[in-house]
Design a protein around this ligand. Sequence first.
Ligand code: HEC
Length: 149
Amino acid sequence: MHHHSFTATGLALGMSGLLMVLSATPAAAAAPDGKAVFDRNCSVCHSVMPPPKSAPPIVPIASRYHQQFKSKSQGIAHMVSFIKSPSKQKAIADQQAITRFGLMPPMQLSDAELNAVAGWIWEQGVDGGWGPGSGAGRGQGKGECLRQP
Ligand code: HEC
């Protein structure tokens, strides 16, 4: 009897340990969340919507990328290479931003994080351009960015 319950307890403990391992693994292995990467590494300088902090806001940048690149994968590839090692030559969003804010420092992130954050930024873009006289604020369709602080 004693022996029996001891075994059952041991088994239960072993099981819960196993379950913890099992439930922790998929989360760690999953692709990083682009918005979370942004909040951790980029939001110090970049606001999502104007007004700017110490860098141009994300929605106008992303909209510029939509104008420059035909496909999302091209846009993301260029953005990832810029984030890894920013340069005046690579900057397509706004050359004046470099004069105004200085060149962005390179970010030390894994390729998975870079792709996730670039993909998220791309999704914030507005087709048809952004800025005075180009229908700013129209056709965003997401609403999500408007709720950002
Ligand atoms: C220390 C402040 C700072 C941080 C942190 C920062 N940026 Fe920037 N970023 C800037 C500034 C300043 C510019 C504008 C000047 C330039 O183009 O280098 C910029 C420009 C950009 C551009 C426009 C590039 C182009 O093609 O013109 C993108 C995209 C961008 N940042 C993405 C990111 C992402 C993603 C992160 C986080 C992983 C990040 N930034 C973190 C300061 C920052």
